[in-house]
Design a protein around this ligand. Structure first.
Ligand code: F6R
Length: 590
């Protein structure tokens, strides 16, 4: 989380606007506040604003200063509330050093106490602010900015990336865990938090490894390894071009939901090679484990059911943030399949690192080629879902499910059956996008908009749908929603159901049907208002959203009406569908 955008090179006109343009591309990483600092006339100029980058743009729009060096930051708050004071960049006592930072400095309190003892004045509640003051302190000893920044980097603990500038036009950056990459332009260099942000400017990149840094001196870029300056290796990486284009749609969320039938079709038609390689890995592995976070984790849970049902194969799943606690049985022959849209999620990266300690093989499923997760994995499959810009994951979830379904069929030596089922799914879900269907969802959104709680139940494969449905509903509308395995209700959850409590039942036409219908009856008997998502309009439903009967692919189709519902709920409640509060698209803190 948090986005970093920095430049050093020939002087650029309208420098504040240039930095803001870069930050706009990174806004999905956090939009609590944003800020820039740049050098003009040997002085650091600094601007900060709360909320989206457009607020910062308004603040600087009349500023026509040019500059050779500057840094920008979009914040997702970790330490300290969302205030101007806590917004980055942060300065040292002399306002001569400015720093932007992504990550968490685990030992910042001890460092802060020590700095205050030495007479430093820290004005924010952030962990970041210790960095410029530590550099200032080191500078007193060695007068070398790069060396002072390196010494500072060695002192901070945790997963971090930072870029520091001073009023003498110097710039230096370091990273450990948090992402950071540099790009070579004709007239200078960029440093940012992710590769796609650079795609508009260049595809000549310098990939910074953990515990390394970079410094730009005399129009050249160098790596810093173990405190020593070395030649930087340039990589040409084919980058997924960003489109900031919503086309005919008002929001990215709805645009991305509309792209889903084509995403499924593309995967069915173009994945043979990658799926064959992945299937060989699974067949050879002694134990296959899936790991992912949030929406991606629900695709992982679905995968365990798909592999059991289709491939008759036992695979394990753990959310990535828990993976390290049960890594102990991994062996070199184990296979970890890590799924991540952004390819930058720190918890997933940490799960991979845990598996790597045991020399296990890693297969990554990512939507962003060249991302950190792809780079540290042994093998990768691209989701090819196209850039996903809305913070709410939709089409990449559908893409992951489609790949897992194909993979399960391939492991069962029935690849063609899987391909056919996916193509059928891509066709049969197209009626969701018709006017009458959308109308029905809009009506439901109106009915639900003032509710405090919504419960979702599913069984078997569609247990994953229930979990994902609840996540989509709460992060879009801020209505409390929870997903359960239908059978779990009677073990406690049913106590929460009152007269007219909305409950969504995901009823697939499979071996779970009779049992989930019984669970739905149990809810109805307590007065619940039942919204059925099912191929057939069952008697127990008060409101019905039809879905096609797609056997194992029901897990792909059944979430789509809920994604639509989440979108229309945000409109009903006057919320921004693309930027829910407190969230970020790329979660790069632990
Ligand atoms: C929910 C959502 C998040 C992400 C999660 C993992 O709509 O988007 O739950 O799914 O943060 O992100 P990736 O897939 O980038 O690892």
């Amino acid at each position: 989380m948090c986005g970093i955008f920095a430049y050093k090179g020939k002087a650029r006109k309208l420098f504040p606007q240039f930095l803001c343009d870069g930050l706009l591309k990174l806004e999905y990483r956090g939009y609590d506040s944003s800020g820039i600092a740049f050098v003009s006339n040997q002085k650091i100029h600094i601007y900060k604003e709360i909320g989206e980058v457009k607020n910062l743009q308004k603040l600087v729009f009349k500023n026509d200063l040019s500059s050779k060096v500057g840094i920008g930051h979009t914040r997702w708050a970790t330490h300290g509330r969302v205030t101007k004071k806590n917004a980055h960049p942060h300065l040292d006592c002399n306002k001569d050093i400015a720093v932007v930072h992504n990550g968490i400095i685990e030992n910042f309190e001890i460092i802060k106490k020590d700095l205050i003892k030495k007479g430093h004045k820290l004005i924010s509640q952030t962990d970041t602010e210790v960095i410029p003051h530590l550099i200032e302190e080191e500078n007193k000893k060695n007068k070398n900015f790069t060396e002072s920044a390196f010494k500072t980097f060695q002192k901070i603990q945790g997963l971090n990336a930072f870029v520091a500038i001073n009023s003498k036009d110097e710039i230096v950056a370091f990273k450990n865990g948090s992402p950071l990459v540099a790009g070579i332009l004709k007239e200078g260099y960029l440093i940012t938090s992710d590769i796609p942000t650079i795609s508009e400017y260049t595809d000549r990149l310098i990939l910074i490894k953990d515990n390394e840094g970079i410094v730009i001196k005399d129009n050249n870029i160098f790596k810093i390894k173990d405190g020593k300056i070395k030649k930087a290796k340039v990589s040409n990486i084919k980058i997924q071009k960003e489109t900031s284009d919503k086309g005919k749609f008002k929001h990215f969320l709805i645009k991305e939901i509309y792209e889903e039938p084509d995403v499924i079709k593309r995967i069915a038609q173009n994945s043979t090679e990658e799926i064959t390689e992945a299937s060989d890995l699974i067949k050879k592995a002694v134990g296959t484990y899936f790991s992912a976070c949030g929406t991606a984790s629900h695709a992982g849970i679905a995968a365990t059911y798909l592999f059991s049902k289709i491939a008759k194969k036992h695979v394990n799943f753990s959310v990535s943030s828990e993976f390290e606690y049960f890594q102990h049985f991994l062996i070199p022959q184990s296979l970890l399949i890590a799924a991540s849209q952004s390819g930058e999620t720190i918890d997933t990266l940490e799960a991979i690192k845990a598996a790597k300690k045991h020399k296990s093989k890693i297969l990554a499923l990512v939507n962003v080629p060249g991302s950190s997760i792809e780079r540290i994995s042994d093998f990768s499959i691209h989701l090819n879902a196209g850039p996903e810009k809305s913070v709410l994951s939709t089409k990449s979830y559908i893409a992951k499910l489609s790949i897992f379904l194909l993979l399960a069929y391939k492991v069962a030596d029935k690849y063609k059956v899987g391909q056919k089922l996916l193509l059928e799914t891509s066709n049969k879900i197209r009626f969701f996008y018709k006017k009458e269907y959308i109308q029905k969802i809009k009506l439901l959104a109106k009915k639900l908009k003032n509710q405090k709680h919504i419960y979702v139940i599913g069984r078997g494969l569609n247990y994953a749908t229930a979990l994902e449905a609840a996540l989509k509903l709460k992060e879009s509308s801020y209505i409390h929603a929870e997903g359960f395995a239908g059978g779990e209700l009677k073990h406690g959850v049913i106590a929460l159901v009152e007269e007219k409590t909305p409950c969504i039942a995901i009823v697939a036409n499979d071996d779970s049907k009779n049992a989930i219908l019984s669970n739905t009856q149990e809810l109805k008997a307590r007065g619940a208002y039942i919204i059925g998502i099912s191929p057939i309009n069952e008697k127990v439903f008060d409101y019905w959203l039809k879905v096609p009967d797609l056997k194992e692919a029901s897990v792909i189709a059944n979430i789509i009406p809920i994604q639509f519902l989440a979108y229309y709920l945000t409109l009903e409640k006057g919320l921004n569908p693309d930027k829910p509060r407190n969230l970020a698209k790329s979660v790069t803190v632990k």
